[in-house]
Design a protein around this ligand. Structure first.
Ligand SMILES: [Zn+2]
Length: 333
């Protein structure tokens, strides 16, 4: 393996057995630190022979459920628990995660819109390039733990693409089922080539992503599902042979097939939702009102659902602008 293609230097030797901890050092020369580097934390556990998985969170820095789950995993796992190689990046876009922001305060980069990245680009592009070109080629599996972040909220949901053929479809379905989240979601249509799951696809790595809560916080309920799910997933792929999964609780299989599953703000103002997360709604039903407290004599703008379905994602901040996503739906497969 050569790292010559990236200026990022790893303190981890990916071929060594045992538990290693350290940083990916991303050179960042600025006024206050001429020879400094940005510290992207990394933990690797390697033991015996088995698959390699990269598990990451903090792709979006304001999505905390995965960051807490993976930090606890780094604390709790030792190399003898592993059969294979597990690489953990709890704060993949470190500047964004350190700031508690979706995007990096250093370059405004959204890591999940930055793949395949650029080894000579800004810090976010350099991280994307390192993940796609250095880490993913070592991997059999890739799991990227997202949530709704500051502006959205989801129930605990595991997402995947459709497989390219029957075998891949079966493998992805089994992976998704192994997490045993209450909701399992399959993307329809074409994937954005700039997201991490598209990077994994390009490298032939089987992957899943999640939407585990959001609203800029963590809850005991979501964390329990996330921790259990990650352990089950790692056990399923053979990396955590000693973990004993409890009985499955069942996953509701959902999909999203078109733009009419989304409700967007058609105006600016204060959004009053008429339904809660996980409401079952009908096409034509009002989703909520956008009020105009600056001109309270102007009637509110009513937004409508354009499809039947389950409200699986809801906007959190009440202040909205034209084009903000207010809800999106999912339907049973
Ligand atoms: Zn995200």
């Amino acid at each position: 393996m050569s790292e010559a293609k990236s200026l990022i230097q790893s303190e981890i030797d990916y071929e060594l057995s045992g538990k290693q901890t350290g940083f990916l050092r991303l050179p960042y020369s600025v006024h206050r630190s001429a020879y400094g580097w940005i510290p992207v934390p990394i933990v690797m556990l390697k033991n015996g022979s088995g698959p390699t998985a990269l598990v990451m969170s903090g792709n979006h820095g304001d999505e905390y459920e995965g960051q807490v789950t993976l930090t606890k995993l780094c604390q709790n796992l030792d190399a003898d628990d592993i059969q294979g190689r597990l690489i953990i990046l709890p704060m993949a876009n470190y500047p964004a995660a350190h700031a508690g922001l979706r995007t990096s305060p250093f370059d405004a980069g959204n890591l999940n819109r930055s793949f395949p990245g650029d080894p000579g680009g800004n810090p976010t592009q350099m991280i994307a390039h390192y993940i796609e070109e250095i880490l993913m080629p070592m991997c059999d599996y890739f799991f990227d733990l997202h949530s709704g972040g500051s502006s959205l909220r989801y129930p605990a949901t595991v997402l995947r693409k459709r497989g390219d053929d029957g075998d891949q479809e079966a493998a992805l379905e089994a992976l998704q089922q192994s997490f045993d989240a209450p909701f399992g979601f399959i993307f329809g249509g074409r994937n954005d080539p700039r997201v991490s799951s598209a990077a994994a696809w390009r490298k032939g790595v089987l992957g899943l992503t999640t939407e585990l809560g959001g609203a800029g916080t963590v809850t005991p309920e979501i964390l329990a599902i996330a921790e259990r799910g990650v352990n089950r997933l790692l056990h399923h792929i053979g990396l955590l042979p000693g973990y004993e999964p409890d009985a499955t609780r069942g996953m509701r299989r959902m999909e999203l097939t078109g733009q009419d599953y989304f409700v967007y703000a058609r105006d600016e103002g204060l959004f009053e939702p008429y339904v809660d997360l996980l409401a079952e709604v009908k096409a034509g039903e009002p989703a909520g009102a956008i009020h105009h407290p600056e001109t309270p004599w102007v009637a509110p703008t009513i937004c409508h659902f354009e499809h039947d379905g389950l409200a699986i994602c809801q906007r959190i901040p009440a202040r909205v602008e034209l084009g903000d996503c207010l809800f999106h739906l999912a339907t049973d497969i």
